[in-house]
Write a protein that binds this ligand. Structure first.
Ligand SMILES: Cc1ncc(COP(=O)(O)O)c(C=O)c1O
Length: 430
């Protein structure tokens, strides 16, 4: 074990991300979509800090912009040139009429703010969210999550109801899309009517479920939720913390006239690794009180000059270097190649994706109800790290989300290494 890793772990609390604890990597530096460890070994980064590193590691324009701002002022509250410039540029890429924003420091904090905004505007109390969804670890955000670990933190605040997501590979109704006619949305409608008696402040949804394994719902799911929210005079809050800023091959996954979100929550890739998150909405919703009262929406670090500079440089690079298009192009190629794994390997059940967000589900006998054993998935992870690839493959749902700047050439190298690992697993375990 590395001395640095040992010292780090001696003082850190347990509970760090599995990718860090299992790999025991000590990262020294990064460039583009490549990372180097303390011994100089290089790794192709298909992880990007869970989709955080959007424009690539150590981008020169990003470094220069932050450095320049560091030498001016870093404490926030007042208006600064960089934040004003950022607001203007952001409004130019957000969906129509969504030209109000507020900044926070992490995704969970922005999700909490979205809930406060929804209650301020609608004067109603309940939230509807989805099985398998993840929205953060603060208690309000945790209430929205459809993941098991939240159950150990009971009691959670009241006012949260969860219904099945359109995760068709695991349809709880045992139906097939499109014959199902979105039975999950029908179920959600009945739940709002029967359990909530129509008292609904907002539907909160990820356009694709990242933490649940990069699950892509059918294209009609979000438009149907739009309709559902409108039918109950509730807001549609789309959590684009992972998907925002090009990750799915569109600037925002929910930017479509038939989804027309009321609030978009962003974070992660917004400033390429610096802690910033935000809400995007319109004049009408964001003027609702108490959210809009003095100090009602602000926070200590939200939108400080350094993170504003980082977000500005990130968005400029995304636009100037056509990274949304790159995400679409390299992502489509990668998905097509990885979908061949479904035919080649007996333990690959489903490969799905959009842009540079790809999920691979590993099953025994291709049975969706039998996730591949942890012993084997851990082995896949260890072999992948040894092969110089960093990706979230320590569980039965593999997540691939490289920096948006990754080239197809580098993707090809990663693909060859992945094939070698999968071949060796097929050989040794099947
Ligand atoms: C969709 C989504 N929402 C919210 C969050 C919480 O963000 P943070 O960890 O920055 O609080 C995450 C984090 O993974 C996420 O994936």
């Amino acid at each position: 074990m590395s001395q640095i890793f040992e010292t780090d772990q001696q003082y850190l609390m347990p509970g760090i991300q599995q990718i860090a604890s299992r790999s025991q990597l000590v990262i020294e530096r990064g460039e583009g979509a490549v990372l180097w460890d303390e011994e100089g070994k290089s790794y192709i980064d298909l992880f990007a800090g869970v989709g955080v590193c959007s424009i690539g590691h150590s981008h020169p324009r990003f470094v220069a912009t932050i450095t320049e701002q560091l030498n001016k002022v870093i404490v926030g509250s007042f208006s600064t040139k960089v934040r004003a410039e950022y607001g203007e540029l952001l409004a130019s890429v957000t969906p129509e009429n969504m030209d109000r924003y507020q900044l926070f420091s992490c995704g969970s904090e922005a999700v909490e703010a979205a809930l406060r905004l929804a209650r301020s505007y609608t004067k109603k109390s309940n939230f509807l969210s989805f099985w398998g969804g993840f929205h953060g670890k603060t208690l309000g955000a945790l209430g929205l999550c459809g993941v098991d670990f939240k159950n150990d933190y009971q009691p959670l605040p009241p006012g949260y109801t969860k219904v099945p997501y359109a995760e068709c590979y695991h349809c709880p109704f045992n139906l097939k899309y499109p014959e199902c006619k979105l039975a999950c949305v029908d179920f959600a409608r009945k739940t709002i009517e029967q359990e909530l008696k129509g008292n609904l402040a907002a539907i909160v949804v990820e356009p694709m479920q990242g933490t649940n394994g990069n699950v892509i719902p059918p294209a009609t799911f979000l438009p149907a939720l739009r309709q559902l929210a409108s039918d109950f005079d509730a807001l549609l809050i789309v959590d684009e913390i992972i998907t925002g800023f090009g990750r799915t091959g569109q600037m925002f996954a929910s930017d479509s006239p038939d989804i027309n979100p009321d609030v978009i929550v962003v974070g992660k890739g917004m400033a390429n690794g610096l802690p910033i998150s935000g809400l995007i909405s319109n004049d009408e919703f964001s003027s609702a009180e108490p959210f809009a009262k003095p100090s009602g929406s602000s926070s200590s670090f939200g939108g400080n000059p350094i993170v504003s500079a980082a977000a500005l440089a990130t968005l400029q690079v995304i636009l100037d270097e056509n990274l949304v298009e790159n995400s679409q192009k390299v992502g489509s190629w990668f998905l097509q190649e990885l979908q061949k794994f479904q035919e080649c390997y007996p333990f690959v059940g489903k490969v799905q994706g959009k842009g540079l967000t790809i999920g691979i589900e590993l099953n025994r006998d291709k049975d969706p109800n039998r996730p591949l054993e942890k012993e084997i998935t851990n082995e896949i992870f260890d072999r992948t790290i040894r092969a110089g690839i960093i990706m979230m493959c320590y569980g039965a749902k593999i997540r691939i989300n490289p920096p948006l700047c990754i080239s197809q050439e580098l993707g090809e190298k990663a693909l060859v290494a992945m094939q070698a690992v999968f071949d060796s697993i097929a050989n040794d375990y099947f």
